[in-house]
Design a protein. Sequence first.
Length: 563
Amino acid sequence: MSRSPTSIARMNKQRFDYVIVGAGSAGCVLADQLSADGQHSVLLLENGGSDRSVVIQMPSALSIPMNMPKYNWFYHTEPEPGLGGRSLHTPRGKVLGGSSSINGLVYIRGNPLDFERWVGEGAAGWGYADVLPYFRRAERRAEGGNEYRGADGKLGTSYGTLSNPLHAAWLAAAQQAGYPHTEDVNGFQQEGFGRMDMTVAKGRRCSTANAYLRPALRRSNLSLVTHALATRIVFDGRRATALEYRHGGASHTVSVGKELILSCGPINSPQLLKLSGVGPSAELREFNIPVVHDLPGVGENLQDHLEFYFQVACTQPITLYSSIKPLAKLMIGARWLLRHDGLGASNHFETCGFIRSAAGVEYPDLQYHFLPMAVAYDGSSLAKEHGFQAHIGPMRSKSRGWVRLRSADPVEKPRIFFNYLSHPDDLTEMRACVRLTREIFSQKAFDQYRGRELQPGDSVQSDQQIDEFVRAKVESAFHPSCSCKMGAADDPMAVVDPQTRVYGMQGLRIVDSSIMPSLTTGNLNAPTIMIGEKAADHILGRTMLPRATAPHYIAPNWRNAQR
């Protein structure tokens, strides 16, 4: 996404109506929406660079950009006591499209009751009936639209081919274990097992850079600066009036006419606020940062999804293990380059499941991604034999962490601490993950494929053994969020109001996954894009889309049965 001479000329302008920091899942949506009518000048700043690389655009290469400093901020947590002192990788996209350019391309909106919970947590106007129209507005579904799904939006979604027979075995085993099949986990019924949507359009990754930003950059009122590091918000009293940033080895200041919008994500948005004097006053004073506004919730309430890989050896040579040999990879890549189809056009997470961990849980709190290969998702370890796996983890952890400054230097990475597994309920849910998954893999549908259990292994049976396995092997699902939560005015830890405005400030908003009050049931790219779509209407003062009337499923026996 190179800059034309005209856009370079536009960047010489030092004042814009809207300045957006971060060209990620929400920032690219905002850049498109705020510039669409041509009435407002918009500047989008991104610390990363071009997303043109084949390893970003080819869906099956998803683990490669995640491991490249060129595209990833490469954050790591503080040592986590609940994980035996391990420090986990916390990847964040540093490229046009942000994390939508380096993620696993999974499109999961969340459960309708997640958004009802948001309303109860103070996010008035963000219930399921309010947000469903914005999910639909965003989406261009390959299979067409209906009262739940969009057909005319900008974000392309599609299903995989399910050509590997292990996907059929997975879905059949789930039904044999007593779980329902669902036609659409993003539609009426999330609970159950079925196909999983990908952000793939015509065989290519459909990041928000591809879907929203690239077409919008043709407009004369939208400017983009890449390799720009935002360093400080400038305030006149409590109003954000300018932004300082570094670009090309020099410091620059751009004036803000209407609003400054932070779309830097759950790590960088709280960091930039604190560097600018907005946050917990004691922390700011520790680093000699003048306090503009004491806002204690900035950087707190940090949440994430944890998961582990339940791996089983396969007795037949039908897994993706055959495709990772050099010649096979070359052929897959060549076919993708020529035709944008074949194995290179899928993220291979083509089936999934959402179940409840126990009776009395109202709606699914465990998520499955099924993969016809036994390998680490981020590519940190290679497959050693034919196998298959289910990624499984709890969706609503009660553990809470934080993002805090390491120093007042904007270049220095902040401290990140999720406090993983600090709440006893989290381990209870992890034990259910092990036992319920083992039961699914023991069903008749896997008899012709099932070899030995690679992980956790047959020796892991008791609560104590499962706890030890989980602490040693659990990984982040890479869904950090909630560190600048949306809430009601009387919530002392709320950072933004339901219109995404930072409390106590003027001309300043946050629009990214950091404003989620709590985690959604599933991957975060889809709801973050929805947040961008809805926030754009708040920012522009538009009438909100009419509330939806589509019903949603709740298992009738949830009070007394697990399935």
